[in-house]
Design a protein around this ligand. Structure first.
Ligand SMILES: Cc1ncc(COP(=O)(O)O)c(C=O)c1O
Length: 360
């Protein structure tokens, strides 16, 4: 089986974890601090606040900006549900703006249409490893005095206009095992704002800066030193992982371009794509997925139901019609692109897809 994702954990990660376990400090400690410094530096930010998931990073970012009941946050409906749920957790209302069909990211023109006096923030998602249109989004935010929180959970290291994602507004990253780098479960908020970082720090630790003095309502969302130790090793390998993903993506695109029934991923000018997912738009998508499965090739559909159409959002009264998201959810399919693929694996993926369309 060629899996759709494969976390690459080596001896270095195992040794780093063993060292932490032997140290006696297995909760949040010096490794977390070191990981915050190195990851935020990598992203181009002054501060990093490590938490226990990407969802927590989004939630803490929103809370640290003071977003809550009565506020609206404009976001993409074509994402993992955690993007919108993090807004709901604060009491604010997610407002969905449709996506661009080329990059599957939120369409700045559609953001404009959704701004109301209640809008406090824009929460773009850099989906699949490709940055959202940050130039247009930052301009809209500036013109309307809106906060920008970037869901960079799938896009560690991706660049837009020479800047890494997560450094335009407040960044939120996930280190879940399928991501381009992992800590097992984990996440991080990135920012250049010292006060915001301090507030986020308190929110993740029971609203407290000084032990047993609780100045605000907080949570326990801390990362452990065990996770941070894995993250530090993985961060050192991240650029290599990304280069491999980009190389694999280029091979796939070159070989799949001639098939008229599919559209290969687009990389916008002034952007780098870190290929967390290699996602194509394919005719007869579900039949193709079944055929690939039969031939022992894993695929994924991210995401088969846009967030506004999920039962939990329907129950909340969402009745939006967002045609591009709805159409893409029926056509997209992600193929394996991870760094553990061999040349033979890539060849096989291409041949099986060609075989499918030759017979269909
Ligand atoms: C776009 C997006 N946002 C948020 C999340 C949530 O991250 P986590 O699973 O680490 O909570 C994920 C991860 O699956 C994601 O892909």
């Amino acid at each position: 089986m060629i899996p759709i994702a494969k976390p690459l954990i080596g001896k270095e990660e195992i040794d780093a974890v063993t060292d932490v376990l032997s140290s006696g400090m297995i909760a949040q400690g010096p490794k977390v601090e070191e990981f915050e410094q190195t990851f935020s530096e990598y992203t181009g930010c002054d501060y990093g606040v490590a938490v226990n998931s990407g969802t927590a990073a989004l939630h803490v970012a929103l809370l640290a900006h003071g977003i809550g009941k009565g506020d609206e946050v404009i976001t993409s409906p074509f994402s993992f549900i955690a993007t919108a749920n993090s807004i709901l957790y604060t009491g604010a209302k997610p407002v969905f703006a449709d996506i661009e069909s080329e990059t599957y990211n939120i369409d700045p023109e559609k953001i404009q249409e959704k701004i109301t006096p209640k809008t406090r923030a824009i929460l773009p998602v850099h989906l699949y490893g490709h940055p959202a249109d940050m130039k247009a989004i930052m301009e809209i935010a500036e013109d309307n005095k809106l906060i920008v929180i970037e869901d960079a959970c799938q896009s560690h290291g991706a660049e837009c206009l020479g800047k890494r994602v997560g450094s335009f507004g407040t960044g939120a990253f996930s280190f879940y095992p399928t991501k381009n780098m992992t800590t097992s479960e984990g996440g991080m908020l990135t920012t250049n704002d010292k006060e915001l970082a301090e507030k986020a720090n308190m929110i993740r630790a029971h609203g407290s800066k000084v032990r047993y003095l609780h100045e605000m309502l907080g949570f326990n969302l801390r990362m452990t030193d065990i996770a941070a130790a894995i993250g530090l090793v993985q961060l050192g390998k991240l650029d290599g992982f990304i280069a491999n993903r980009q190389k694999n993506a280029e091979i796939l695109s070159t070989k799949l371009k001639s098939i008229s029934e599919i559209a290969t991923p687009v990389i916008r000018d002034n952007c780098t794509h870190v290929f967390h997912q290699y996602t194509i738009r394919a005719e007869k998508r579900d039949k193709l997925a079944d055929f690939l499965k039969e031939k022992e090739i894993g695929t994924g559909v991210y995401y088969p139901i846009p967030i506004h159409k999920q039962p939990v959002y329907r129950e909340l009264g969402y009745k939006d019609s967002l045609p591009i998201s709805e159409k893409e959810s029926e056509e997209v399919i992600s193929l394996p692109v991870h760094p553990a693929l061999s040349t033979t694996d890539l060849q096989e993926i291409v041949e099986v897809i060609k075989e499918f369309y030759a017979k269909e």
